[in-house]
Design a protein around this ligand. Structure first.
Ligand code: UD1
Ligand code: CA
Length: 454
């Protein structure tokens, strides 16, 4: 049997005024991914043949995000916001390309997954003209109500147009729909705007299909997968659901999360085997943690690669470009950015290491700072294998410390240190014998004079 082609159309032309933000709604993030990015990731995982994204006028940033996530997606502009059916028809040129199936998704429904999309599409292969994602929200207010007769969907009534009896229906339109490609366009073009809001409702497609003796089916799904975002509160609720899913997936994969509810993950966080994550750890985007690593409490990681058996934290901050070799150790109050640490290298306390490479087995003492920024440009610090940097040293980049070299505590290193050398970059200590008792004697004379005056 020939595989059925599928066009996915993602509606993202909404203004999102209720988010009270200058940022377009679909660019807000859940688990580190934009809402639109998540929807497109689901579309990709589902395996659509082609994808169209409908954006509002002037929303170039939304189109750019779509292209970033899915370079072959085609963006269409809906010049006026005149309803969901009107939005779908903005992508008419894509529909006219002809595909077996068409899936309509919303850019602000970020918890949708490939499994749900497959379930929604299945009735089309069995001869239905339409399938609609149905759900039973705890509060149906505001959603379109599904009117069912037998095993078929006969109409969707929008809240504003529903009768008292229809409003009592608890089965609602989740928004996501599938259309058979051969009848989709003729149905969509029949939709009018004679309703309370004067909008072209995609939901009217059901009655039009029925009028033509075509079959429409409701596919019931979990509320979470069709959860739409309109407000910051709903964004936070979606984040909570996404975090719960990610934590469960991590636990399922064998990661030890000591207090799962306190750990925040990104959609792309990757864990190896036997990783332990202590309470209150935040994983930003693009973090990889290899086998046997331990992330201690209150650490914040983003864009970091944590090698096998590495120990991080507590209270560590790993920023993008931090690459920690096998068995390396990052201790408390250490910040690492754009720096590669060789196997077994240690930075145990209170340090900043940025734009640097640290050779294997090197030991960076407490309070070491790589002074990478001169106020104008960033410079690199190269520290060799088994080098030893004494506590409270400032390494003024660009600078290199050779293999096995020592830097004395409190040094300010401004020039390269050869391998195997000792560098003392600080003022020499001065001793003045008996100086303290001379000071005390001087003080008591002054005191007596003051008393005498009184
Ligand atoms: C829509 C459904 C409703 C369903 C609900 C589920 C219609 C008429 N109603 O209502 O039955 O229960 O979703 O959440 O379809 N959009 C555009 N251009 C437009 C209008 C909308 O791109 O002109 C996009 C929005 O950005 C949004 C989506 O379409 O992503 C849904 O639009 P919205 O106005 O939120 O529809 P609802 O009134 O919530
Ligand atoms: Ca909505």
């Amino acid at each position: 049997m020939e595989a059925r082609s599928c066009l996915a159309i993602v509606l993202a032309a909404g203004e999102g005024t209720r988010m009270r933000s200058a940022r377009p709604k679909v660019l807000h993030t859940v688990a580190g991914q934009s809402l639109l990015g998540r929807v497109l990731a689901a579309v990709r995982a589902f395996g659509a043949t082609s994808t169209a994204v409908v954006v509002g006028p002037g929303q170039d940033v939304v189109a750019a995000e779509a292209k970033r996530i899915m370079p072959d997606a085609v963006c269409f502009v809906q010049s006026e916001r005149r309803g969901t059916a009107h939005a779908v028809l903005a992508a008419k040129a894509a529909i006219e390309q002809g595909s077996h199936d068409i899936l309509i998704l919303y850019g602000d429904t970020p918890l949708i997954d490939a499994t749900t999309l497959r379930r929604l599409r299945a009735p089309l292969a069995a001869g239905a003209a339409m399938a609609v994602a149905a759900f039973r929200p705890s509060d149906p207010t505001g959603y379109g109500r599904l009117i069912i007769e037998g095993d078929q969907l006969v109409a969707i009534r929008e809240q504003a147009d529903a009768s008292e009896a229809e409003r009592a229906i608890d089965l609602c339109n989740g928004g996501i729909m599938a259309f058979a490609g051969d009848t989709a366009l003729s149905i969509l073009e029949r939709i009018g705007n004679r309703n309370r809001k004067g909008e072209f409702y995609l939901t009217d497609a059901v009655e039009i299909a029925r009028g033509r003796k075509l079959k429409a089916i409701a596919v019931e799904v979990e509320e979470d997968v069709v959860r739409g975002i309109n407000t910051k509160k709903e964004l936070a609720e979606a984040e909570a659901v996404a975090q719960q899913r990610l934590r469960n997936a991590a636990l399922e994969a064998g990661v030890t999360l000591v207090a799962p509810d306190t750990v925040f993950l990104s959609a792309d966080t990757q864990f190896g085997k036997d990783v332990i994550v202590e309470p209150y750890v935040v994983f930003g985007e693009k973090v990889v943690v290899e086998d046997g690593a331990v992330i201690h409490a209150f650490s914040h990681l983003s864009g970091a690669h944590v090698g096998k058996g590495v120990s991080v934290g507590p209270f560590a901050r790993l920023r993008p470009g931090a690459k920690l070799g096998e068995g390396a150790r990052i201790g408390n109050f250490v910040e690492v950015k754009e720096a590669i640490l060789g196997a077994g290298a240690k930075i145990n306390h209170l340090s900043y290491v940025g734009d640097a490479s640290v050779g294997e087995g090197a030991n960076i003492g407490a309070g070491t700072i790589t002074c990478n920024y001169d106020g104008n440009a960033k410079h690199r610090t190269e520290i060799g294998k088994n080098a030893f940097i004494g506590s409270n040293s400032a390494l003024v980049a660009p600078v290199g410390i050779g293999d096995g070299a020592y830097v004395g505590s409190g040094s300010v290193i401004t020039a390269d240190v050869p391998a195997d050398a000792l560098a003392l970059g600080r003022a020499r200590q001065v001793i003045k014998e008996g100086w303290a008792s001379r000071l005390r004697a001087l003080k008591s004379i002054v005191k007596k004079k003051v008393h005498a005056r009184d």
